[in-house]
Design a protein around this ligand. Structure first.
Ligand code: GDP
Length: 363
């Protein structure tokens, strides 16, 4: 599955947010929060479209799609040199698809700040420096390994070294190598290295209870930095989320209303994480179940079918597709068919977010 690692300095609110995320996930009866590990949680992706589909189809059950979160504790200044949990911690970050970087934007005398004062920019830079140093080590090792072959006249190896040198100087400038590759070979080299600084990042500005509304200088600091990297920011208050996560149904709605919130920050966070990963959802809608399935944007019909079952992909013949809006506006499948809004699509069809799909395949 797809996963996000939650990182940040100690005492910024990571555990508070992770616990709120994963206990809130328990509310979705069909996808209870699964404890794989104390620090790994699976969370349902909230999608109001599923309820609309269910109103039409009246399925026996509704199954949302999910995302995995990892609470990666232990990053401190010097981690790349083995301080704190050091390399063990860094190994966890290498394995995630994307990073949620929690930044402390709340003052609280009772909660010690590891560097003595609240300073979002400095905190972010401490983490980024550790990640960049560890990545530099990775790149340098690859260069050392590949240089010998390059000197021996291996053209591919030479290109590999040249690209890695560009990655190295980008890291030395304190920038992300994320957008460096100019062709498929370079993209593969970058992917192969699992560099942490190349992963997509979403910043989570963790603010005090009273600072959820309006603009706050600390949040502005995070926003500016994020904007310069092309990253997103979600503002939440860890303590409020912890309270919300203990409520359900009516009680939860009442609390949100009282706080003047349309949805919990965690719902926003989950959805942003989903977008950050470049993921979209398609649906299957039958009387047994209405279900959401996760695919990467750009996936073609057979690949989408393969998420359900590999046989669907192997034996793919065609897909019957109704856009979500058409499905709802036509009152369901038969209505959409009558209006000619059900399309038959082949192997080259690129699935759209919200497509309601039915696959035809050979067994
Ligand atoms: P971690 O070390 O990053 O996992 O941080 P924790 O989640 O353990 O939080 C450290 C402390 O900060 C705890 O005492 C939390 O109650 C407190 N804290 C977390 N989020 C907030 C917040 O949004 N506002 C305030 N005032 N305190 C918070």
């Amino acid at each position: 599955g797809f996963n996000c690692g939650i990182v940040g300095l100690p005492n910024v609110g990571k555990s508070t947010i992770f616990n709120a995320l994963t206990s809130a996930g328990a509310e979705s009866a069909n996808y209870p929060f699964c404890t794989i590990d104390p620090n790994v949680g699976i969370v349902a992706v909230p999608d109001p479209r599923m309820d609309k589909l269910a109103e039409i189809v009246h399925p026996e059950r509704i199954l949302p799609t999910t995302i995995e979160f990892l609470d990666i504790a232990g990053l401190v200044k010097g981690a790349s040199q083995g301080e704190g949990l050091g390399n063990k911690f860094l190994g966890h970050i290498r394995s995630v698809d994307a990073i949620l970087h929690v930044v402390r934007c709340f003052e609280n005398e009772n909660v010690v700040h590891v560097s003595g004062s609240v300073s979002p920019r400095r905190d972010i830079e401490v983490i980024q420096t550790e990640l960049a140093l560890a990545d530099l080590d990775t790149v340098e090792k690859r260069i050392q390994r590949t240089e010998k072959q390059a000197r021996g006249g291996d053209k591919k190896a030479k290109e590999d070294v040249d690209f890695c040198l560009r990655v190295k100087s980008t890291l030395e400038k304190g920038e992300s190598p994320r957008n460096l590759p100019e062709n498929e070979d370079e993209r593969l080299i970058l992917r192969d290295m699992h560099l942490m600084t190349a992963k997509p990042v979403l910043y989570v500005a963790n603010v005090a209870e009273d600072d959820l509304e309006g603009t706050h200088p600390y949040v502005e600091e995070v926003r500016q930095l994020a904007a310069s990297e092309g990253a997103g920011v979600v503002t939440i208050c860890g303590n409020i989320e912890a309270e919300i996560s203990e409520l359900e149904g009516e009680e939860k709605l009442a609390f949100l209303q009282e706080m003047g919130l349309a949805e919990s920050g965690l719902d926003r966070l989950i959805r942003s994480g989903y977008e950050l990963l470049g993921l979209i959802t398609y649906f299957t809608a039958g009387v047994k179940e209405v279900r959401a399935w996760t695919i990467t944007r750009g996936t073609k019909a057979p690949g989408a079918a393969g998420v359900i079952h590999s046989d669907f992909e192997k034996g793919f013949i065609r897909a019957e597709v109704i856009a979500y809006e058409d499905f709802i506006a036509s009152g369901g499948e038969s209505g959409a068919k009558e209006k000619g809004l059900m399309r038959l699509e082949g192997k080259e069809y690129v699935v759209n977010d919200g497509d309601v799909m039915h696959f035809r395949f050979n067994v």
